[in-house]
Every structure is written in C-alpha cells, then in structure tokens.
Design a protein around this ligand. Structure first.
Ligand code: ADP
Ligand code: MG
Length: 245
C-alpha cells in the first residue's frame, strides 16, 4: 500500500459469550483511504467499527491507531475516541441541545477549545455540510438527512484522524440518502480517512479505494471495488451480491 497506515488491526478476535464475532481480523487502512465494509446482517461489521473505537473490548490481537496501541481507559481513551469519529445509523445527536450546541460541546469538553472559537468552527462546519440555517434548532425539528449531516459536522469538529460510518443512511428516507452520501463523497475527496459500513453499492463503487466483504466474523475479500463487483471470488460474496444488486 502506498499510504502510511492509520488504522491497523492484527489478528483481532472477539467473542460475545460463545459467539466468535470477529475472527482473525487483519485490516490496514491507509491515511486518506476510504474502505467500504459490506456483508450480510450479523457478519460483525458494527462490532468491527466499535472495536476500532474501543466501544468494545477484544479477546486477542492488536489495534493500532497511527502506530500506537489503543489506550484502555481514562483521558487518553476519550482523546482516542475523538481522534476516530463515529457516525451511527441512528444519528445519536443530543436531543435537548441545539444543533449548534451539539457541534460545539465536544470541542469544549474534550479538546478544551474556547467556546467562541468552538462556535465559530461549528458554524463553518454546519455550512460545509449544508445545514448552516438550522444552527438554533433542536434535532427533532430537522429531517433525518439534516440530522445525519449535523452528526457528521459534530464528528468533524473534533478534527478526527479518521471517521467510521456505521450504516449512516440506513435509517433515512430514500430521498435523503444522496444528500448524506454527497457530504461523505466530498470528505473522501478532501482526503479524510474513512471506514464506511454501507449497503449503498453506488457509493462503494464510486468512493471506495477498497471493499472489505465480511461474513460470519471473517474478512472474506479485501479488494478494489472494481475487482470485487465485477469478479467476486467467494461464494459468500457472489451470493450476497446476487441478492442486493
Ligand atoms: P452486523 O453489523 O454485520 O450486522 P454485528 O457486529 O452487529 O453485525 O453483530 C455480529 C454478531 O454479534 C451478530 O450475531 C449479533 O447478533 C451479535 N451481537 C452483536 N452485539 C452483541 C451483543 N452486545 N451481545 C451479544 N451478541 C451480540
Ligand atoms: Mg451493523
């Protein structure tokens, strides 16, 4: 790979009780790379994202961020979580905070940015994702697509080294999917390192450097989108693609 590695998983294993949910996962995401993770429901995609962000512990293996192992707890961990922003299917905005407060809070609390500066940055980011006019509203007053763009702005406000997206458009009405994907495409063009779990194959084809296909807790294929979509090697991937394309 040309780029320096930013996220590295080496021989990572995780169990939920008896369930071996991540099996011998080796994955390297280079700086500026966009890796799309696809696979059937229950294959471990969300768990993979959560493990990268230490929202889940792992049984064995190593996860490195920018060459350093992940801290276990405390302030270091809070900083790491800010370094790897996460955008969820369900937006996860603070319901009782305005849009502006949502994008300002973490900057002040975790990054110790002064409030005026944090607000200025928040407004610029809200503008960048196309919701500047909504700054004083509450999340429930926004459409799903707008809320998800605010969630992206909130993640960006922490100046993350990488962003993880876990099915960011799955909860959206069809007409709002594109406005969110367009923001993500722009981030990719701007060089953001991204891991994106999605069923949007058009996005995978157009924005991904690599497609990682997971099944039963394993990475079954890890290839360029062109190779993957035109010539999937595994039966699992062929079967999956035949159902969704
Ligand atoms: P995906 O995101 O690919 O649909 P997940 O990572 O959510 O898959 O889940 C992988 C497997 O782990 C599934 O079988 C799921 O039921 C199981 N699982 C997920 N979270 C938990 C949990 N907190 N406790 C027990 N089992 C879980
Ligand atoms: Mg999932």
């Amino acid at each position: 790979m040309a780029a320096d590695p930013l996220i590295e998983l080496r021989d990572v294993n995780k169990y939920y009780g008896e369930l071996h949910v991540l099996q011998d996962i080796d994955l390297t995401v280079g700086k500026g790379e966009v890796v799309v993770v696809i696979g059937p429901s229950g294959s471990g995609k969300s768990t993979l994202c959560r493990a990268i962000n230490r929202l889940e512990t792992i049984r064995s293996g190593t996860i490195l961020l920018d060459g350093s192992p992940l801290p276990d707890e405390g302030r270091e961990l809070a900083r790491l979580r800010a370094d790897v922003g996460m955008v969820f299917q369900s937006f996860n905005l603070f319901a009782h905070k305005t849009v502006l407060q949502n994008v300002t809070l973490g900057q002040v609390k975790v990054r110790r940015t002064d409030k005026a500066k944090a607000q200025e940055k928040a407004l610029a980011l809200l503008d960048r994702v196309g919701v500047a006019g909504q700054a004083d509203k509450y999340p429930a007053q926004l459409s799903g697509g707008q809320q998800q763009r605010v969630a992206i702005a909130r993640a960006l406000a922490m100046e993350p080294k990488a962003l993880l997206f876990d099915e960011p458009t799955s909860a959206l009405d069809p007409e709002m999917i594109n406005e969110v994907l367009e923001v993500m495409r722009q981030l990719a063009r701007d060089g953001m390192t991204m891991v994106v779990v999605t069923h949007e194959m058009g996005f995978a084809r157009s924005a991904a450097n690599r497609v990682v296909f997971m099944a039963d807790g394993r990475i079954v294929e890890d290839r360029s989108p062109d190779e993957f979509f035109t010539d999937p090697r595994s039966d699992r991937a062929k079967d999956f693609l035949s159902k969704i394309l």
